[in-house]
Design a protein around this ligand. Structure first.
Ligand code: G6P
Length: 364
């Protein structure tokens, strides 16, 4: 076991550190940074020209990746929605033959996600699997597959597969934007260029993160909150999920805009708040940050703006390289994975195999 952990104390830490390589594999041969285009062999130009709406389904971490993707696509003019796969059969969103349903699943075996796909197919939808697992059930059941190529993930808490899922979804997302809206999005070149720089950006986070010091400083807190808006909302949810899964401490993620509609009542000097900034609408999140500070809560900002108001007001900064706002959630997630890991390590939790959880949930 020691050998496969490659000298790391846990598989999770190893997998966090494997992310630059995993991302390199995810994008390998699939980007043309010069033209600002994606080149996915199985999804040539025009492959989605009939599509009018996209529904993403997934569970757990994969649901957060699905939310991230739906958020990005809606903002670029493609009608998109994300559903927890387990709710899909109850919500019963209308599906037509020009609806694309995208199953996001690391293992490719999650029962809720397979169930959602079957329902979508019987209603006539076209289906695509975004998965890490060659030959998994989802690849057999969906019409088409895009592999995220993150390599095997042993830790129950998903890390590298989240970042690779978001990246793969961003790539197929660019294809959708072009095909559905009939043109590249204004910032396509910037976005594709930022995708190509992700491995280096994540490496920079791994080399410079002060996450272990932050985890130590707040190890006795009552609860941990995570906020963000836009794509930083799923990043906040994922940060909280990681934290609770492996530390067993109470953690919750919110849309930053939701904070004053309830969660603010829980904020005290003993509830650190992690605020995720992507560079888009940062002013509004800064004002949320000031609101929680006024209630005495320490704030840890995850941001590329290491000088200026955000850094000035924050108690700590977990810095991320400057990049396209839609890609900033990836290095930000890596910072939050490291915080969760170090918090759980200080508490001596069984990080790779948290109680009551399974890597793959094959029953509904
Ligand atoms: C389980 C795992 C999570 C994972 C979820 C979905 O709950 O513990 O880490 O996010 O299943 O798994 P999938 O394989 O579909 O991504």
């Amino acid at each position: 076991e020691t050998a496969t952990k490659g000298g790391y104390e846990h598989f999770m830490l190893k997998e966090i550190h494997e992310q630059p390589g995993a991302l390199r594999n995810t994008i390998h041969g699939r980007l043309n940074a010069l033209d600002g285009t994606v080149e996915l062999d199985d999804f040539p130009e025009g492959t989605f020209s009939e599509i009018e709406e996209v529904q993403f389904v997934g569970m757990g971490t994969s649901y957060h990746a699905a939310m991230y993707a739906s958020n990005m696509l809606s903002a670029r003019g493609v009608p998109s929605y994300a559903f927890q796969a387990g709710e899909y059969g109850l919500v019963r969103p209308p599906v037509k033959s020009n609806t694309l349903v995208v199953a996001v699943t690391q293992s490719g075996e999650t029962a809720d996600t397979l169930d959602a796909i079957r329902r979508a197919q019987s209603a006539g939808a076209r289906t695509v699997a975004i998965t890490n697992t060659v030959g998994s059930s989802v690849t057999r059941e969906c019409d088409e597959t895009l592999l995220i190529r993150a390599g095997p993930e042993i830790g129950v808490a998903a890390t590298k597969t989240f970042c690779s899922q978001v990246t793969a979804l961003s790539m197929i997302g660019e294809r959708l934007v072009e095909d559905v809206t009939g043109g590249q999005s204004n910032s396509a070149r910037d976005l594709v260029e930022s995708m190509s720089r992700l491995p280096g950006h994540v490496q920079e986070v791994l080399d410079t993160s002060i996450a272990s010091a932050v985890a130590k400083e707040y190890k006795d807190a009552d609860s941990y909150f995570f906020i963000g808006r836009g794509v930083a909302h799923p990043v906040a949810l994922e940060g909280a999920l990681k934290f609770k899964e492996i530390s067993y401490e109470h953690a919750e993620g919110f849309a930053a805009s939701e904070l004053k509609h309830g969660p603010l009542a829980l904020v005290t000097p003993n509830t650190p708040v992690f605020a995720v900034f992507t560079g888009f609408d940062d002013e509004a999140t800064l004002s949320n940050m000031k609101e929680v500070q006024a209630r005495g809560a320490p704030v840890i900002a995850v941001t590329s703006k290491t000088d200026g108001e955000i850094a000035e007001f924050a108690d700590h900064v977990l810095s991320i390289p400057e990049t396209h706002p839609d890609m900033a959630g990836i290095p930000a997630s890596v910072q939050l994975q490291l915080v969760a890991y170090h918090a759980a390590d200080l508490l001596d939790r069984p990080i790779d195999k948290p109680r009551n959880l399974a890597k793959s949930v094959t029953v509904q």
